[in-house]
Design a binder for this molecule. Sequence first.
Ligand code: AMP
Length: 204
Amino acid sequence: MGGGPKARAVRHAGRAGIEVSTGAEQDTGTKRQEAGGGSVAFVAVGSNLGDSSKIVIDVFRRLAELSQSPLLKSSLWQTAPVDCPPNSPPFVNAVAGLVTRAGETPDSLLAKLQALEKEFGRQPKKVLNEPRSLDLDLIAFGTEVRAMPQLTLPHPRAHQRRFVLQPLSEIAPDLVLPGQSKTVAELLSKVPEDICMRRLVERP
Ligand code: AMP
């Protein structure tokens, strides 16, 4: 995947005091947005099987353990399934923002997210995008850019998906994802409406 980190930087990734440095390290291509020694990472949370709202709230608690500062939590949104088998139930979607602990890498964080998916009952996939109790996608990890099947950063479809951008805009409206030129808020204003989308729980 092409494109290095954008010179335009994020000043505030959210209300809980995550401040991402805007200094020269980005312009020189260092692929980390330092924040108290860690990287700012955003995780999209989705569920459309089981007690999805409870699952998302419980997962927020677990993600908070991975963060060295208070977790940024979006609202919980009900959304229409996208690219899913017919008659798939609606999703509960949310996004969390965290500052990774010392030594965390994109791969180690992804491994923890995948372990959480299993812990919350995610079954091995039989049908593409079938209903699942928990789906965790790593949307961004600092300014990391990579395109590997096991981990693509930023997530390749995040900038096109209302179910990611809407919650992400609540916690990081000014974020410019690596490879993009528009902020999350600007991207959100361009994506198609989801008439089924509604807020279920305001920022828990
Ligand atoms: P999914 O069906 O969305 O859970 O797809 C998971 C697969 O996508 C796993 O094999 C991951 O290794 C891979 N993957 C690639 N990039 C990412 C990413 N940014 N976040 C989560 N999974 C990813």
